[in-house]
Every structure is written in C-alpha cells, then in structure tokens.
Design a protein around this ligand. Structure first.
Ligand code: ADP
Length: 260
C-alpha cells in the first residue's frame, strides 16, 4: 500500500512519499521507500514489522533525527525541510518526547537530573510543575530511585525514568522506538500503561514502533511495515483497555506557554 492517509485536513504528523537510502561505498540500502502517512492529534499509532523492515529509520525520519533522501515530514504544520539544524532541534525538544529501546539516559546525571534537563530544554516558560513530576514518578514507581545514576538502576527502572523524562514537559507528540524491547513483562506493562495514560489524559499523539503484536494492540491504529513500505493498516484490538484508577487528570499545558 505505502500510502496511508487519515481523513483530517491537518494531521499533527504528516509524512509524504518518504524515502531513505543509506549509502556505504557502492552499496545502497533503501530502508524506507515512498511512505506516506498522516496521524491526527490524539491518536495512538503503532508501527509493527519484522527486523530490518525500516521501522527505526521511519522513526528517525518522523522525529527529525535523520534527513529523508526524498519526501517530507510536517510536524504540527511545520515542514522539517524549512528549518535550520538549530530550529529542527528546538522543534524536537519543544514538541516531541522521545523514548528509545536502549533508554539513552545521560550517564553522568542522576535520574532526577535526566528528567530536569529534559524540562529545561523543552521551551516551557513556567517552572517545573512539581505535582506533575510527583504524579509521574508515583505512577512509574521511581520515587525512591531519583537520586541514582542510570548505572545504578535496573533496565526497567531506566526505561521508567526515560518515560518520565519524555513526558515531563507534556509534549504534544510522543515517539517511542521499541520502548519495551529490553524489558520483562512487568516493566513492559508499566511502560505501556504509562504511554496509554498520557495519550488519553494529556491528549498526546503517540507513535510507537514495536515488533511485539501484543504491545501494538493497545494502539488505536496499527500500521504494518515490510521492506520499507507500509503494507497494511488495522485498528488496535484493545481500544477499551482499562487503566488503573488515575486520580486527578493532568492539566495539559497551553500551547501558548511553549516557545519555539
Ligand atoms: P527495523 O527498525 O525495522 O529493524 P531499520 O530501519 O533499522 O529496520 O533498518 C532497515 C534497513 O536499513 C535494514 O536493511 C538495515 O540494515 C538498514 N540500515 C539501517 N540503518 C542503517 C545505516 N545507518 N546504514 C546502512 N544501512 C542501514
């Protein structure tokens, strides 16, 4: 298929005819070929496919972490191609929360330091909302681990800290690349619950790469990749997945408080 369009006229994530070719010497690998997709605000989209099908490359393209060989990515109406490198970095920091399979926490900072620095570069004018921080840390069960450095934390704890880091500034978009790939079932569930909760309660748009069909099933829409193309799309099978009691809903920060 390769061409998946939603019905909205202004999707928050738009990819048009995206192609990425890696070249090393005479060898060229087309990792993503002609992918078009549109994600509406508030959707939870999972991208599923076997290893080597181009999921991570698509993730890097959509997050502005690598440049397309052809095609374009428009985030919240802004075309990455129109931005300087600095502007693209700011757009990423201000609008997107990233979660990676290998956590990617800064090793020299404590867990708290990692969360604080993400907030510091998020472009928010208002001071860190300590209630939001507390709630995130409670829901992720990391309150007792905040003073520790990543090397002193288990993989599951590191990923839960990475989720707090991604969500602390209430980004409009959360991009997660195999967020449960290195985790046991219990930690996977905690991470997926948190992504689902923030998607529903903060109205975030969530796009998660996974090779795990069970993880994908929590999404509202699942896109299947093969050989660099999106070949099939279906609805998630668990759209009414119950969440544990959530307490007070998170207030979403107003767009006006974000400086880009
Ligand atoms: P997935 O995330 O589905 O495993 P990737 O996007 O990582 O797929 O890879 C898609 C294809 O692109 C694979 O054939 C992979 O070997 C190749 N590839 C990925 N990154 C690079 C790179 N930096 N240089 C060359 N080839 C790459």
């Amino acid at each position: 298929m390769g061409n998946v369009q939603s019905e909205s006229s202004s999707p928050i994530i738009l990819a048009e005819n995206l192609t990425k070719v890696y070249s090393s010497g005479p060898i060229q690998v087309t990792a993503v070929r002609g992918v078009s997709l549109a994600v509406d605000a508030g959707e939870f989209v999972a991208i599923v496919g076997p290893s080597g099908s181009g999921k991570s490359t698509l993730f890097y393209l959509l997050g502005g972490l690598t440049k397309a060989t052809q095609g374009r990515v428009v985030i919240d109406g802004i075309d990455f191609a129109t931005l300087s490198d600095g502007e693209r970095t700011r757009l990423r920091r201000h609008r997107i929360g990233f979660v990676f399979q290998k956590f990617n926490l800064l090793p020299t900072l404590s867990a708290m330091g990692n969360i604080e620095i993400a907030y510091a570069v998020s472009g928010r004018k208002e001071p860190l909302d300590l209630k939001h921080l507390d709630r995130l840390c409670d829901l992720l069960s990391i309150q007792g681990r905040l003073k520790h450095r990543p090397s002193e934390l288990s993989g599951g704890e590191q990923q839960r800290v990475a989720i707090a880091r991604a969500l602390i500034a209430r980004p409009a978009i959360v991009l997660a690349d195999e967020p449960t790939g290195n985790l046991d079932t219990q930690n996977s569930d905690a991470v997926l619950q948190m992504l689902l909760r923030s998607n529903r309660e903060l109205g975030q748009t969530t796009l998660m790469i996974t090779h795990n069909p069970e993880a994908a099933s929590i999404a509202s829409r699942i896109l299947y990749m093969r050989d660099g193309e999106i070949v099939r799309e279906e609805k998630g099978s668990r759209p009414d997945l119950a969440l544990p009691a959530s307490g007070v809903a998170w207030p979403a920060a107003s767009a006006a408080s974000i400086v880009v």
